[in-house]
Design a protein around this ligand. Sequence first.
Ligand code: XMP
Length: 324
Amino acid sequence: MDPNVRPETMERITTPELAQAFIDEQIAAVKEQVGDRKVLLALSGGVDSSVVAALLIKAIGDQLVCVHVNHGLLRKGEPEQVIQVFQEELGANLIYVDAVDRFLDKLAGVDDPETKRKIIGKEFIDVFAEEAGKLDGIEFLGQGTIYPDILESDGVKAHHNVGGLPEDLQFELVEPVKLLYKDEVRVVGKQLGLPDNMVYRQPFPGPGLGVRCVGAITRDRLEAVREADAIVREEIGKMDPVPWQYFVAIPDVKSTGIKDGKRHMGWAAVVRAINTVDAVTAQSVEIPWEMLCRIRDRIIAEVPGVNRVLWDVSDKPTSTIEWE
Ligand code: XMP
């Protein structure tokens, strides 16, 4: 039987009971695979790696070493939440790497989207490999591979994820959720006690806010993207149903604004909300006018440097979901 093929008899995990049975089964399987040896896991704070971390903590406790790399392109509050949930609440063996300067220095002046992605991917590998090199006795690499990753290995995600993990890190893989679909991973995460805002999180690109700070990334515009994104997540998060993905991009363009009777130049924050099934096509979602006005008022009042708010109503195709 091919371990990368989901058996037809495998029941879809839709209830807490089925999730618990899956968790118990995987704990036993991981214990069997790993024994008393050590596993290293890159913990981004996304759904898949978070669920794998929580599962492995249950299975092997301190034999799991999690590495959280803060590349400076994460959303507001994300690194703090990873530390809070995994180190403080679940007692994980967590190494937090503040690599913000390193990433932003490498990205300075680079405006080509694919070059930006390559730099972020390569730097991530380098930082992770450096951390791995400092540790003794690691024999396994934990990974949040899920079934669509296996099925669509040349799909959207693979196309974007130029990085991947280093081949010279010759570790055996531990991939406990590799036969699960995303909705099942969420049910398992919920059963493992992870917070809702982690389990039901919208998709977030690997290069993070880097592709939403359109053009060459500067620290001030990146901060503006992060603050505006937090506002948009809070406000659009109140819609029912919430759109599949919603965020802000700030292109490297300034336009004229007026404040206290004086003209000044500022950025335009672009709000985007879309629905999609598979990210291959996407439809712009209608945001209620009152909500849009509230978003506008909050961004203008709370985000330094922004003097204009736009709503991107484009569908994919022709417009991709992200701005670059
Ligand atoms: P596009 O912009 O191509 O995005 O319509 C389709 C989906 O993929 C996400 N995306 C990425 N995901 N690394 C990722 O892991 C990336 O470099 C990347 N670029 C885009 C995007 O957010 C959307 O959900």
